[in-house]
Design a protein around this ligand. Structure first.
Ligand code: MG
Length: 385
């Protein structure tokens, strides 16, 4: 019998992390979870560890890690950003699933890849900001980057057994969030609750707001470019409100392959972990008759500038995508704090990008500098108003 794969989950208390634990629990012969990490939410983290028989946890916030060690003497608790990296680079770990929010995922992902450990990647910001560095490292060590983002999982599945040379274009589907179908919405007046009310997917706050601005799709264009080595101008976006077709690949012979499933992240997570195999994890079947009709339409770039800002950052390259990403993360936080209107998110990103002089072929430090600079610049832009 093949021993179960040893899995580490970074960001286990979030939506993707919880779904990953469900996937692993449904296939106990395939998976053994050996480490869980979170930024600061220690109560659910400790509960998860005990429920799933995980002995080691890591907590990024040092203060919270200390409290966790007091409360859970039965667990080994690693602390700080170093603790998370140590867990990612753990000996004997087969796959690290990274679902940390934003740039917090970068160093742990690099640590895992450096060791040659496969990474199931949900944190798209890692590829947006440092795609060149991250993919070069994976090539050098032979580690795989397995997409967990539903669109990229779909493309990855459609590309099995195919070479990129046969690809004409990739088509990323976007649910459009709560606003794409509603031309009457005034983006100066959208409330936080309205932006967080996603019609199809139940996700973390940051990605839900990104989904409402369509910035998420902009980031996903860059993510797809790095994962599949397809030029940016051959990656298209189509709005598909039902979120059943998760993305498509058009080949040079004109055939289009699509991957479908109900809108539940467990399908993408399970495939990332079982690839290249497939297993019955008890996920509900897709009933096409029930979910039909399915709709597809073009996004309106004049209403959603996030898409073109992302394409522009990607075309500039260098440190500009890291700046777009960091300015967007800060702007989303400022919106959630009630400090800027919804439309202020893309206005802030645009102002910060205009102030940045991109550095070509940046080293990791230059990327991290650009990230820090853009966060400060975003806050300054808003404070100056
Ligand atoms: Mg996605």
């Amino acid at each position: 019998m093949i021993p179960p794969q040893k899995i580490v989950i970074l960001g286990s208390t979030g939506s993707i992390g919880q779904s990953t634990l469900r996937v692993c629990a449904a296939l106990p012969e395939q998976f053994e979870v050996v480490g869980l990490a979170a930024m600061s939410r220690i109560e659910p983290l400790i509960d998860q560890a005990r429920l799933h028989g995980v002995k080691t946890i890591a907590v990024a916030d040092v203060q919270s890690a200390r409290i966790a060690a007091d409360r859970a003497p039965d667990l080994t608790v690693w602390s700080g950003a170093e603790g998370i990296e140590r867990m990612a680079a753990g000996e004997g770990v087969d796959t690290v699933l990274c679902a940390l929010v934003g740039m917090a995922g970068l160093r742990p992902v690099l640590a895992a890849l450096e060791r040659g450990t496969d990474v199931a990647l949900a944190t798209k910001e890692v590829l947006v900001a440092a795609g060149g560095r991250v993919t070069a490292l994976a090539r050098r060590t032979g580690a795989h980057i397995l997409p967990v983002d539903s669109e990229h999982s779909a493309i990855f599945q459609c590309l099995q057994g195919q070479s990129v040379g046969r690809v004409k274009r990739l088509v990323l589907t976007a649910s459009g969030g709560p606003f794409a179908a509603r031309a009457d919405i005034d983006f100066e007046k959208v409330t936080v609750a309205e932006a967080l009310n996603h019609p199809r997917w139940n996700m973390g706050k940051k990605v839900t707001v990104d989904s409402a601005t369509l910035m998420n799709k902009g980031l996903e264009i860059m993510e797809a470019h790095w994962l599949f080595d397809v030029p940016l101008d051959r990656i298209d976006v189509v709005i598909h409100p039902e979120s059943i077709v998760h993305s498509m690949v058009e080949f040079i012979d004109g055939s289009v392959l699509a991957q479908m499933s109900p809108p539940d992240m467990r399908y993408a997570i399970q495939y990332a972990l079982t690839w290249p195999g497939r297993f019955d994890g008890g996920l509900p079947p897709l009933d096409l008759v029930k979910v039909s009709p399915l709709h597809f339409k073009s996004p309106d770039p004049s209403r959603f500038p996030g898409l073109s800002l992302a394409r522009s950052a990607a075309a500039t390259g260098g440190t500009m995508p890291a700046v777009l990403n960091a300015a967007n993360e800060e702007a989303v936080s400022l919106f959630l704090e009630g400090r800027i209107p919804f439309a202020g998110i893309w206005r802030t990103v645009e102002v910060v990008m205009a102030r940045h002089h991109s550095i070509r072929d940046p080293e990791l430090e230059a990327i991290l500098d650009a990230d820090r600079w853009a966060r400060t610049a975003a806050r300054e832009t808003v404070n100056a108003r």
